[in-house]
Design a protein around this ligand. Structure first.
Ligand SMILES: [Zn+2]
Length: 412
């Protein structure tokens, strides 16, 4: 009786460990499947500029069984088609690109072709999915964006919160800044007969913050992430067009602040503390010039960096001389403790400053620019003031870009 019980136990133990013939308790070997192949697929192989396409990657083990794996997505030509960390392709410019999903040394590839329109019609609007992002094509070497003026709040996109997406998750709307960018485009055309490029987010900042990087920007929502990709793709389209026609250009990311001091805050990616330094210190090394969002202009211009930043012919002083007080400028060179915005992620990525490459742009490239945080009253509060500010912007840019960078906005 005892003997048969022992035998039964031995049989059960043998069954329990997979019938490998031993009756002693063993630890099953932990088999980590390794990726042997990756197949990348999608619905189509060709997409239009400004559109996006989700790719699916299926890693398989040596036995051909589908398995999960951490994948790295890359594009061999991001200027034509970029790809997000989740495999979402954004079509940037006409051409071809190969997208690769890799797990260690194993890769899967997918060839994408990006189709026209090869040339956008200046002054005409083009929209991303659900019309969340609008691109008004241009033919002047100036690009204007308005990321925080949108009002669309679709229920399919949950509200951004700091708890869900990290960072501050600021949701405040910059009132009337989409209208301001539109007015700037129209008054620019009235003066020069050419259109600046304009990109506007119509999504409420509660749903998307295009001036932040992920995950704070779209907060894990796929629909908002598509809009974010389209936002940057349209700006890249504008930059490509400017570089093709003029070789260099100027970018301004337009915002509205609620600070008590009523002035334009020009953000060149120099912090409050850096702006509080003396001109001598700012010019003593190339560190500040290299970081600044108008770095390439400063290298081109014979002026010292501090003179271009806040001297007599700086952008801020030109605005101030035309009735719009601005910091930094000759009369208002330093924040000295007052509230001041020094530039955001759009400025980091889409200008020529020191952080551009890390944000997907080109440090030392030929698109430079600035973030402008506008005060409300007298600038963006009503149509007449938006037009007045826009007329002055055209006058100011005509001089600034001609004198400092050899760009002619007006006919010679
Ligand atoms: Zn803003």
């Amino acid at each position: 009786m005892i003997r048969s019980r022992i035998l039964l136990f031995a049989m059960l133990a043998a069954l329990a460990c997979g019938g490998n013939g031993t009756s002693s308790p063993v630890t099953p070997p932990v088999i980590t499947p390794t990726v042997a192949s990756i197949v990348v697929s999608a619905a189509v192989t060709s997409i239009n500029i400004g559109n996006t396409l989700p790719l699916t990657a299926t890693p398989r083990d040596a036995q051909g069984r589908a398995m999960s794996a951490t994948l790295i997505w890359t594009s061999n030509t991001p200027s034509v088609a970029s790809v997000s960390s989740l495999g979402l392709v954004s079509a940037v410019a006409v051409g071809g690109a190969t997208i690769t999903a890799s797990a260690g040394a194993v890769v899967g590839t997918y060839a994408i072709s990006v189709t026209g329109p090869t040339s956008f019609v200046a002054g005409q609007s083009y929209f991303g999915r659900n019309s969340y992002i609008e691109y008004v094509a241009g033919n002047a070497p100036v690009i204007l964006t308005a990321p925080h003026g949108g009002a669309l709040a679709p229920s399919t996109i949950v509200d951004r919160t700091a708890a869900a997406c990290g960072g501050a998750a600021t949701t405040v709307t910059d009132g009337n800044t989409a209208e301001l960018a539109r007015a700037m485009q129209q008054r620019f055309f009235a003066r020069f007969g050419t259109y600046p490029h304009v990109v506007i987010s119509h999504l409420s900042r509660r749903k998307l913050d295009p001036n932040r990087v992920q995950p704070e920007a779209a907060c894990g929502n796929a629909e908002a992430a598509v809009a974010l990709d389209e936002w940057h793709a349209f700006i890249e389209t504008a930059k490509s067009a400017v570089l093709k026609t003029t070789g260099k250009g100027w970018y301004m990311d337009m915002h509205g602040h609620g600070h008590s001091v009523q002035r334009l805050e020009l953000g060149y990616l120099l912090t409050d503390a850096q702006l509080n330094l003396s001109d001598t210190t700012l010019d003593a090394s190339t560190a500040y010039e290299s970081a600044a969002s108008m770095r390439t202009v400063s290298l081109f211009s014979p002026l010292t960096f501090s003179a271009l930043l806040r001297g007599a012919s700086s952008l801020g002083t030109l605005y101030a001389n035309n009735g719009f007080p601005a910091i930094p400028s000759t009369s208002d060179p330093k924040p000295n403790g007052a509230d001041y915005f020094d530039g955001g992620d759009n400025t980091r990525r889409h200008t020529c400053g020191g952080s551009a490459t890390a944000f997907g742009g080109v440090t030392g490239g030929n698109i430079c620019g600035v973030q402008i945080e506008t005060n409300f009253t007298g600038v963006r509060d009503n149509a007449a003031n938006r037009d007045r500010f826009s007329d002055v912007t055209a006058i100011v840019l005509e001089e600034y870009l001609r004198v400092h960078w050899g760009i002619r906005l007006a006919a010679p």
